[in-house]
Design a protein around this ligand. Structure first.
Ligand code: ADP
Ligand code: MG
Length: 305
């Protein structure tokens, strides 16, 4: 089966509403809403590196979209569409069927269309997705806006996916394979959060990016970290390691004034949010427990380490 037949069979099945020209021409065409900026990002998943080799095709399809929608959400933007660059070692119809189903399941859940891409043969299975979204001009939430005394808040629970990776077959592997991009929360934070990032490489490292970009520091209360019950049997040290240095959470970490946080709660987001600390003047992250300093050694995920 040739490239075009793969595209037609597996990647050309959606209603293309809100798209001027989708899959099938040299490029796709979109009309941005007036007074909006285009928000665009890309993320690549490599077999054996970004997912265990026994991960189902369906999960790989889901995750390749979800990680990109998470980046769009982290700007406060509304996701619109994706492009898929697919490099396959061979044509495996069962795999392509599962993969495209997972990809469309995630697209459908978040109202996103697949509008184009590229399909090639290569020795390594590699999936590169580009996501596009919109945001009212000037409203995007960058990493650089954190202010002294802002609250630091994180969505959901952190450390689950890293725990799932270490304990394949445990129910928390679901959090590794099927991350939930926090699209609704991200959009709600427009006009409220002062800075935001999605947590993909470990909370401490990703919060560190906000601190650096904003030229501030943070104090985190270890007792406040939102940790799943399944991890509660571990020592505190282990729990903190998963929560702060585990990767693949795809939760949102944001800074926000107390007043705006109250406004967010009134909007009743569907995902839980937890205050874990506050922004300080002193650079870097300090950890506290029971009101006392509690130094920790941590390392997040580094791609070329
Ligand atoms: P070109 O050779 O002009 O780059 P292609 O033959 O690669 O075009 O692709 C034909 C059409 O199919 C294009 O509209 C492209 O965006 C789309 N396409 C190719 N691969 C994929 C894919 N994996 N998923 C979705 N659309 C794809
Ligand atoms: Mg091409």
């Amino acid at each position: 089966m040739a490239e075009f037949s793969i595209i037609d069979t597996y990647f050309n099945r959606q209603q293309q509403t809100d798209v001027d020209l989708g899959v099938g021409d040299d490029s796709a065409l979109l009309t941005p809403p007036p007074q909006h900026q285009l928000v665009i990002c890309a993320d690549t998943l490599v077999a054996g590196r970004h997912f265990p080799s026994n991960t189902s095709a369906h999960a790989i399809g889901w995750k390749s979209v979800a990680v990109n929608l998470s980046d769009i959400a982290a700007m406060g933007a509304t996701p619109h569409s994706i492009l898929l660059a697919l490099s396959l070692p061979q044509i495996d119809h069962d795999w392509l069927k599962g993969f495209s189903q997972g990809l469309y399941d995630c697209c459908d859940q978040f109202g996103v269309r697949l509008i184009g891409g590229d399909t090639t043969q290569s020795p390594h299975l590699t999936l590169s997705v580009t996501a596009l979204g919109w945001i009212e001009t000037g409203q995007a939430i960058a990493r650089s806006g954190a202010q002294l005394d802002d609250l630091i808040v994180v969505s959901g629970t952190v450390g689950d996916a890293a725990f799932g990776l270490k304990h394949l077959g445990h129910p928390l592997q679901q959090r590794l394979d099927y991350p939930t991009p926090r699209c609704e929360l991200g959009e709600m934070l427009k006009g409220l959060a002062s800075s935001m990032i999605d947590v993909s490489d470990g909370l401490a490292q990703d919060l560190g990016h906000i601190l650096k970009a904003s030229n501030v520091g943070a104090c985190i209360d270890l007792a406040l970290l939102p940790i799943d019950n399944a991890l509660k049997a571990l020592s505190e040290q282990e729990q903190w390691k998963y929560a702060l240095a585990g990767g693949d959470d795809y939760e949102l970490c944001f800074t926000i004034s107390m007043q705006n946080y109250q406004k967010l709660l009134q909007l009743q987001p569907h995902v839980k949010t937890t205050i874990i600390g506050k922004i300080t003047q002193q650079c870097g992250i300090t950890f506290e427990k029971d009101g006392l300093d509690h130094p920790l050694q941590l390392q997040g995920y580094q791609h070329f380490a």
